[in-house]
Write a protein that binds this ligand. Structure first.
Ligand SMILES: Nc1ncnc2c1ncn2[C@@H]1O[C@H](COP(=O)(O)OP(=O)(O)OP(=O)(O)O)[C@@H](O)[C@H]1O
Ligand SMILES: [Mg+2]
Length: 478
C-alpha cells in the first residue's frame, strides 16, 4: 500500500461522506438511502449486518446508520464489531426505544449518536452536518501535523514543546564551537539524535561522525575500537586496524553511555583529550588526532564522581558544555507530532497506510508516563502500525500495559502521602523493576544508577527484612 501523501490527506479532508444504512427491512433501508443521496451523501444499503461490516472493512465507509434491532445481532454488538474493524468509523444507532439509559450505553460504547426511529430528518441532517465538520477538522489536523512535520523537525529532532525548543536553541548555539559536549538525559530520550544534529550543524559536518557504545564492549575491545590496533597486538588481531578516533579525524566521535566506562579506560581517554594524540594498541607510534568529542550518559555523572566511579578531571574535560535532553513526560505535548512522524516512517517501512490513532488510543498515550521515552513510543507505534488491521490504531493495538488507564500527573499528586525518602525510593525501585519484568539491567538504566548500586539496594533490603523478621520472632517468643 502507498504511504500517505499530502495530496491524499487533503483529498480526504474534502471527501463526500459515504454512509452505510443497515436495516433488515429492505424497503425502509432503500428509502433512507435515497433521502441521503438527495442530501448529497453517497449511500449504501445492507439488510444483513455482516454485509455492512464487510463493506466497512474495505475502508469505503465513513458513517454507519444502523437499527438497534438487526435480527442476528443487537445494535450494541454491531457497534462493538464495527469499531473493532474501523475505530475511526462514525456509528449512529437508530432505535424505536426512547430510553435514556440505552442512549447513554450506546454513546459510552463509542456510538457517535443515538437517534429515534422512524428518523426525524431534521435531527439526522444536523447530526450529519456536525459529523461532517468534525470529520474534515480531524483530516485537516492530520494534514496540518503532516505539514508541520516538515518544518518542526530540527535536524532530525522532532518536537515543538518549549522543553525541546530549548534543546534546539542550545544545539544551535553550541554546534558552532569545536569543544567537547556532554549530553545527559534518560534512556531513549534522543541523545544520539541530538549528537547527530550537533555534528550536522557544526563546521565539520562534511567530515565523519563515529559512534561507540562504551557499555557494550570489554576494556580491551573498547580500547582497540577507539584507538585501533596493530597486527599481532592480541590474539585474533590478524591485521592492523585504525580506531574510531583516526576514522573520524577532523569530525566527531560520539561516545554513548560514557558513565559505564571503567576507571582504566577513563584514564586512557583523558590522555587522548589532553594531548590530542592516540596510540594504536601494540604500537609505540603516537598519532595526532583532532576530533570533537560528544559524550552521552543517562547517569548523574556528578554523583558518579562523588561515588568515586568517574574521574573528576575527565568529568570537567567533558562537561565544558552540557545539553540536557528532557524525558518525554516533560514534553508530553510532543507525542501527537512524534506519532505522526513515526507513522510516516513505519507506513513507509511496512508498506502500510495507517492514518492515525483513535481518540481513545490517543488519550491513553497522553496519560502514559513513558519510562522508555521516545524509543518506547517509537516501538509502540511501529508494532501497532504493523499489526493493526484498520486505518486507525486503536486501544487493542497497543501493548497491554498501556491499555490500562494510567493516572494523569495531577491525579498522581492527589495520591501523594507524606512518606520518608527511603520508603519512596523502595517503592519506586520496586515499580520500575516490575515495569521491566524483573530485568535488573534495564531497571538500573531507567533509574539512572549503576547495576552494582541496584544490587547493593537489594542486599540492604534483604538485610533489613531479615532483621525485621528476627525482631518479630523475638517479640512473639517474649
Ligand atoms: N525528538 C526526536 N525526534 C525523532 N526521533 C527521535 C527523537 N528522539 C528520539 N528519537 C528516536 O528514538 C529512538 C531513541 O533515540 P536515541 O537512540 O537518540 O536515544 P538515547 O537517549 O541515545 O537512548 P539511550 O540512553 O538508550 O542510549 C531512536 O530511534 C531515535 O531516532
Ligand atoms: Mg544512545
Amino acid at each position: 500500500m502507498a504511504p500517505i501523501t499530502e495530496d491524499r490527506l487533503h483529498e480526504t479532508a474534502q471527501e463526500t461522506l459515504s454512509i452505510s444504512v443497515v436495516d433488515p427491512d429492505v424497503e425502509a433501508a432503500e428509502q433512507v438511502a435515497e433521502n441521503l443521496e438527495h442530501m448529497g451523501y453517497v449511500a449504501f444499503t445492507a439488510t444483513n449486518p455482516q454485509t455492512a461490516l464487510d463493506r466497512l472493512g474495505t475502508g469505503q465507509i465513513r458513517v454507519v446508520l444502523a437499527k438497534t434491532d438487526l435480527g442476528t445481532m443487537t445494535g450494541l454488538e454491531f457497534l462493538e464489531r464495527a469499531l473493532e474493524i474501523d475505530p475511526g468509523a462514525y456509528v449512529i444507532l437508530l432505535s424505536s426505544s426512547r430510553s435514556m439509559e440505552d442512549a447513554v450505553n450506546a454513546i459510552k460504547a463509542g456510538a457517535y449518536d443515538f437517534l429515534e426511529s422512524p428518523i426525524h430528518w431534521t435531527h439526522l441532517e444536523q447530526t450529519l452536518e456536525r459529523l461532517g465538520e468534525e470529520f474534515s477538522r480531524r483530516a485537516q489536523i492530520r494534514d496540518l501535523e503532516h505539514r508541520l512535520l516538515s518544518h518542526l523537525d530540527f535536524h532530525g529532532i522532532v518536537g515543538r514543546s518549549p522543553a525541546i525548543v530549548e534543546v534546539f536553541e542550545r544545539v544551535q548555539k553550541i554546534s558552532r564551537h569545536f569543544t567537547n559536549v556532554l549530553i545527559v538525559g534518560p534512556t531513549g530520550s534522543g541523545k544520539e539524535v541530538v549528537a547527530w544534529a550537533l555534528h550536522n550543524l557544526s563546521p565539520v559536518a562534511t567530515e565523519r561522525f563515529a559512534v561507540c557504545n562504551c557499555s557494550a564492549l570489554v576494556d580491551t575491545l573498547l580500547e582497540s575500537q577507539l584507538f585501533g590496533h596493530v597486527r599481532g597486538a592480541f590474539t585474533g588481531a590478524t591485521e592492523t586496524r585504525p580506531g574510531l578516533f583516526e576514522y573520524a579525524n577532523g569530525g566527531t566521535v560520539f561516545l554513548d553511555e560514557i558513565g559505564e566506562m571503567s576507571l582504566g579506560m577513563q584514564a586512557k581517554l583523558l590522555r587522548v583529550i589532553e594531548n590530542r594524540e592516540i596510540q594504536r594498541v601494540g604500537s609505540p607510534e603516537v598519532r595526532k588526532v583532532s576530533v570533537r568529542l560528544v559524550a552521552a550518559t543517562n547517569r548523574d555523572l556528578r554523583a558518579e564522581v562523588m561515588a568515586g566511579r568517574f574521574r573528576e578531571d575527565l568529568f570537567y574535560r567533558l562537561t565544558t558544555l552540557e545539553i540536557r535532553v528532557p524525558g518525554l513526560v516533560e514534553r508530553i505535548e510532543d507525542v501527537p507530532l512524534l506519532v505522526q512522524f513515526f507513522l510516516k516512517k513505519y507506513n513507509h517501512t511496512y508498506a502500510r497506510n495507517v492514518h492515525g490513532l483513535s481518540r481513545r488510543a490517543q488519550a491513553l498515550l497522553l496519560r502514559y508516563p513513558w519510562p522508555g521515552n521516545v524509543r518506547e513510543l517509537e516501538n509502540v507505534i511501529s508494532s501497532a502500525c504493523l499489526t493493526t488491521e484498520s486505518d486507525f490504531i486503536d486501544v487493542s493495538d497497543l501493548p497491554p500495559h498501556l491499555q490500562k488507564p494510567h493516572p494523569a500527573a495531577a491525579e498522581l499528586d492527589d495520591a501523594w502521602k507524606p512518606v520518608s525518602l527511603d520508603s519512596l525510593r523502595r517503592q519506586h525501585i520496586a515499580r520500575v523493576l516490575e515495569f521491566c519484568a524483573g530485568n535488573r539491567l534495564r531497571a538500573a538504566q531507567i533509574l539512572g544508577i549503576g547495576r552494582t548500586s541496584l544490587y547493593r539496594h537489594f542486599k540492604r533490603e534483604a538485610r533489613l527484612k531479615a532483621r525485621q523478621e528476627q525482631e518479630k520472632s523475638r517479640e512473639s517468643r517474649a
